[in-house]
Design a protein. Structure first.
Length: 191
């Protein structure tokens, strides 16, 4: 039951983008097409899950035994940056079109506060390696859900009419706000 609770909380109630407001830059920047949003979501799922596993191991087998926990943040940033480089190399070789579509937002996963924030939160909550991986994957899946929903709404908005003054960034912010309000309704599911 604990795993199910963590998954539901991470996906809907404490959605990293729509409830905690972390990772807004790629959320607004890459959510113009659903295919691009799915690609970015997949990259974030991979990086966030692997980063949590690696940082858990580094925290518990290197930083704590050597009593150098003050190096946690810099170490975690290096882990995330390394994983993003691996994803970037793989995408450049495997799917050049997705690599091109993601553009500058792919390397920005390194500075995505959601990725670093979740690794630090997992350590602070003293999760074991299994729960940490489940928490990270669920949080990243919640990020993906939010991005795909936003992209779908933005694609539909392009097919409909709305005031010219709202074109571009203003309609994106209004849509993101309404989506966040909708997700806040999930908070009533948990006591």
């Amino acid at each position: 039951m604990e795993y199910f609770s963590i998954i539901i909380l991470a996906l809907f109630v404490n959605n990293v983008v729509l409830a905690q407001f972390l990772g807004i830059c790629p959320f607004l920047g890459v959510s113009q097409k659903t295919t691009t949003a799915l690609g970015m979501g997949g990259a974030v799922i991979f990086v966030m899950t692997l980063a949590n596993i690696v940082t858990y191991l580094i925290q518990n087998f290197i930083l704590i035994p050597m009593d150098v926990e003050f190096l946690r943040t810099i170490t975690f940033i290096l882990v995330v940056a390394s994983l993003v480089q691996i994803v970037e190399i793989i995408l450049k070789k495997a799917t050049p079109s997705l690599y091109q579509a993601l553009g500058i937002y792919l390397p920005l996963i390194t500075t995505n506060c959601a990725v670093l924030g979740i690794t630090i939160l997992a350590v602070q909550k003293d999760y074991n390696i299994v729960i940490s991986a489940i928490y990270a994957a669920s949080t990243a899946a919640g990020f993906t859900i939010a991005m795909v929903l936003m992209a779908g709404i933005r694609e539909q908005l392009e097919l409909t009419g709305y005031p010219k003054a709202m074109k571009g960034f203003p309609i994106s912010l209004v849509t993101a706000g309404l989506l966040a309000l909708a997700f806040m309704g999930f908070a009533g599911l948990v006591k």
